[in-house]
Design a protein around this ligand. Structure first.
Ligand code: ADP
Ligand code: ASP
Ligand code: MG
Length: 427
């Protein structure tokens, strides 16, 4: 008997009918002769609704209490899915992250999984039950407190459990037919990708393609676990995220492998510019030490050429919008120490990233990208690159046009325009 680990996202569990539909799929998988362990997210936009509710009672809620609140969303789902399965005559047991043995560090809101001890799950599976686990949550090893893993964290729960239970694959069920060459909500002509390397998917996820959480891809890569992303609304084959070295054609990339895997976009970042800072050794260190001391992750950095007359320069960087105000406050507090003229905070920016491992060996990718943007009157504010990615920052209101233009310029459009979005609000 093989063990199947499945994860159903919030868009697949939006209401009672959806929960009954998902329960039917789970029971069918069990009836096909598998042991089944399922990870569930909170229903629909529940997590966003809970965050708004928290904000309404307190502008800065204690992180411990926020995690207590948010984990309730996944607990509702796990119990309801179990009930729906019982109603179909099969038996299911639901478990919170803590009960399932998901052990994390103690960073509320973005805890990392440090161990998985799935004893209770193995026992329940052994007793013939279907197991339903609340995603996105765990218990901290040090403090025994309930933690959450960060937005989209149920994906990581699923992969961590699949690895701990030694499943052959982790199936991620969502509201589109798989991973596309761009977000189908923005590019209806996006093409479904049959197979993508975990390296490319890691860059796509890091660049904002929220179909998979970044840490889930990193985790799967570390454990050599394939992920199958597919729709819970259809029975189509989805996208396989695989380790290229374990794929059959591992003698280097196959000839048909495309140069570009896809275009990702991200609206979650803001840009801070430190204006009029001395162009001398140590200044960048002082700026970024102040930010790092707040545990804030930064993304792109650009330093302008200094003005000859003043010997001063501007330093711009991007960071999560959610950390923006904190970063501004800490830099203002360090203004005397660092010595700069002023700060600019801009949250009307968007980031486009072009990802593909073929970039390593094909020149001219950046030139084509920049030309596509120029042809559409889109100004580039910042640029950064990795070996297999080029990212640019644009105005927020030009980002969708930029994604469509670049998608077309690289010949990624599907002539049949086949991308279907089955559900979800895209939040
Ligand atoms: P779930 O509720 O199942 O976790 P998410 O909303 O987190 O679903 O992720 C699925 C969504 O990811 C899709 O509806 C789509 O809008 C978005 N998305 C972004 N980039 C891509 C991409 N390259 N391929 C497919 N979906 C993408
Ligand atoms: N419910 C959580 C969120 O909305 C976790 C998840 O969906 O994976 O981020
Ligand atoms: Mg998700």
């Amino acid at each position: 008997m093989s063990l199947v680990v499945q994860k159903y996202g919030g868009s697949s569990l939006a209401d009672a009918d959806s929960i009954k539909r998902v329960a039917r799929r789970i029971v069918d998988t069990r009836k096909a002769g598998n042991q089944v362990c399922v990870v569930v997210s909170a229903m629909g936009d529940t997590t966003d609704d809970l965050l708004e509710l928290a904000d309404a009672v307190s502008p800065a809620p204690p992180s411990r209490e926020l995690d207590m609140l948010l984990t309730a969303g996944e607990r509702m789902s796990m119990a309801l899915v179990s009930m729906a399965i019982a109603n179909l005559g099969d038996s299911a047991r639901s478990f919170t992250g803590s009960q399932a043995g998901v052990i994390t560090d103690d960073v509320h809101g973005k805890a990392r999984i440090i161990d998985v001890t799935p004893g209770r799950i193995e026992e329940a599976l052994g007793d013939g039950h279907i197991v339903i686990v609340a995603g996105f949550q765990g218990v901290s090893q040090g403090s025994n407190e309930i933690t959450t893993l960060g937005r989209g964290g149920s994906d990581t729960t699923a992969v961590a459990l699949a690895a701990a239970l030694k499943a052959d694959v982790c199936e991620i069920y969502t509201d589109v037919d798989g991973i596309f060459t761009a977000d189908p909500r923005i590019v209806p002509t996006a093409r479904k990708i049959d197979r993508i390397t975990n390296e490319e998917m890691q860059e796509m996820a890091a660049s904002g393609a929220k179909v998979l959480m970044l840490r889930c891809v990193e985790y799967a890569r570390r454990f050599g676990l394939p992920i199958h992303v597919r729709s819970s609304f259809s029975h189509r084959e989805g996208t396989w995220v695989v380790d290229p070295s374990s794929a059959p054609e591992s003698e280097g990339a196959s000839v048909e492998d495309p140069i570009i895997a896809g275009v990702a976009h991200d609206r979650s970042e803001a840009k801070i510019t430190v204006v009029g800072v001395a162009d001398s050794p140590g200044k960048a260190a002082q700026i970024f030490q102040a930010i790092a001391a707040q545990q804030i992750n930064i993304d792109m950095i650009v330093q302008n050429v200094s003005a000859l007359a003043t010997g001063q320069t501007d330093v711009s960087f991007t960071l999560p919008k959610t950390d923006g105000q904190r970063a501004v406050q800490v830099l203002q507090a360090a203004r005397e120490h660092i010595g700069f003229e002023s700060l600019q905070y801009d949250d009307q920016v968007g980031k486009l990233s072009l990802v593909g491992s073929g970039m390593r060996s094909h020149p001219g990718v950046s030139a084509t990208l920049f030309q596509a943007l120029a042809d559409n009157g889109i100004n580039i504010e910042m640029i950064s690159t990795s070996e297999i990615r080029v990212s640019v920052v644009t105005r927020d209101d030009q980002l969708d046009d930029a994604v469509r233009a670049v998608h077309t310029a690289f010949g990624l459009d599907d002539a049949d325009g086949g991308a279907v979005v089955y559900g979800g609000s895209g939040r």
